[in-house]
Design a protein around this ligand. Structure first.
Ligand SMILES: C[S@@+](CC[C@H](N)C(=O)[O-])C[C@H]1O[C@@H](n2cnc3c(N)ncnc32)[C@H](O)[C@@H]1O
Length: 363
């Protein structure tokens, strides 16, 4: 089907499509700048159309920059422009999508692309046979903060009221008191939230990134959480005395980044109690490329994979699964690691992810 369409396309039509594609890249950067400068927030506060001078004054910014930025958004059909009045207006239904904190996760991605564009040359160097294997985490210094912001949006009003009830009985057990491990936790946002909600349970967040763990530990102290600890820990070699220790393990969008995902899953299996539950949350995708053709987010996700997920794993000589490893491979790797009752579930309010819920068999 896709091949038929391609064969009837003329060079002129393809050139136009390329122009639109490249334009979209610039529009994405402009959207990222709008988020960063707070211009979308400013536009959203306005009760009607305004000139660029009025918008720049309200924002306390240089009019010439604001006007050129507006021009990108007008020609991209994001901001409406009145030719006679020379006024600009961001319609309410677009504000809802673009305003930071609106809970629409797509609003966070333009800044992610801006951040990834900074390493595009490093990744391009990896293609050559004698080039580097991958790119170190240190090449993405802004990533942990960006990711923690995204997780706050994903979890703050969603984790406890919507995500937990999809796991039968877990909320009750958290209230009573169980041991939870947040694997490759980054800045540990879900652990911070869960520890606050469930004081009878104890939480451990682990990650190889020292800075993220320090941030999480400091935030935990700031919140006065006595039931959460964070420690630097390579998932490939969890402490020997952690066997059969955890009632529930959460792995939020991390398996595909690991250098050794099979080894990591085996360590999770070893350290969860018999009968214990494991939630692996990861990108919604299929393992077979052709099955992702109808996913409008697929080019964006393969882009994130190429520019971040894959090279950080390959840097360690790892597997380089990439974030589009797909649900079919995820299920077979969980089976291979020994997990049972694997269910592929929706993540409430987060369409871009899937939840693989499974458990370690008893006995
Ligand atoms: C995409 S981030 C997800 C972080 C966090 N779960 C979240 O949802 O924000 C992947 C994380 O895996 C961590 N990581 C990579 N390899 C690891 C390993 N071998 N052991 C522990 N953590 C690892 C990285 O440092 C990074 O914080």
């Amino acid at each position: 089907m896709a091949q038929e369409k391609t064969s009837t396309e003329t060079a002129e039509q393809f050139a136009l499509r390329m122009t639109q594609t490249v334009s979209s890249g610039f529009v994405t950067l402009a959207v990222a700048m709008g988020m960063r400068t707070g211009l979308f927030t400013q536009l959203s506060r306005l009760d009607g159309p305004r000139t660029s001078v009025q918008i720049a004054q309200a924002a306390g910014m240089k009019e010439r920059y604001v006007r050129e930025w507006l021009a990108i958004l007008v020609t991209a059909r994001i901001v409406e422009y009145d030719r006679q009045q020379r006024t600009y207006f961001l319609p309410p239904h677009r504000r809802a999508v673009l305003q930071p904190g609106a809970g629409k996760h797509i609003a966070k991605v333009p800044e992610f692309m801006r951040l990834l564009a900074g390493v595009a040359a490093d990744v391009a160097d990896c293609f050559s046979l004698d080039g580097p294997q991958g790119v170190p985490y240190s090449a993405y210094p802004e990533f942990p903060e960006w990711q923690a912001d995204l997780r706050r949006e994903e979890h703050e009003t969603n984790l406890v009221p919507n995500f937990l009830p999809t796991i039968t009985g877990l909320e009750e057990r958290l209230k009573t008191g169980i041991r939870v491990h947040d694997v490759a936790c980054g800045r540990g946002i879900p652990t911070l939230i869960l520890a606050q909600h469930f004081p009878n349970s104890s939480f451990v967040g682990t990650d190889i990134d020292r800075d993220s763990i320090q941030w999480a530990a400091a935030e935990s102290n700031r919140r006065g959480l006595a039931n959460a600890t964070f420690q630097v820990q390579d998932l490939a070699k969890l402490p020997a005395d952690w066997s059969d220790s955890f009632d529930y393990v959460l792995v939020w969008v991390a398996v595909h980044d690991l250098a050794n995902p099979e080894g990591g899953l085996k360590e999770i299996f070893r350290t969860v109690k018999p009968g214990g539950l494991v939630s692996v949350v990861d990108t919604r995708s299929h393992t077979e490329l052709a099955d992702n053709l109808d996913n409008p987010a697929a080019p964006m996700m393969y882009g994130a994979s190429l520019l971040y997920c894959m090279p950080v794993s390959l840097h360690f000589g790892g597997k380089g699964l990439g974030c589009m490893w797909g649900q079919e491979l995820a299920v077979s790797m969980l089976q291979e690691a020994g997990f049972a009752n694997i269910r592929v579930m929706e993540v409430p309010n987060i369409k871009s992810k899937l939840h693989f819920l499974c458990n370690k068999p008893r006995g």
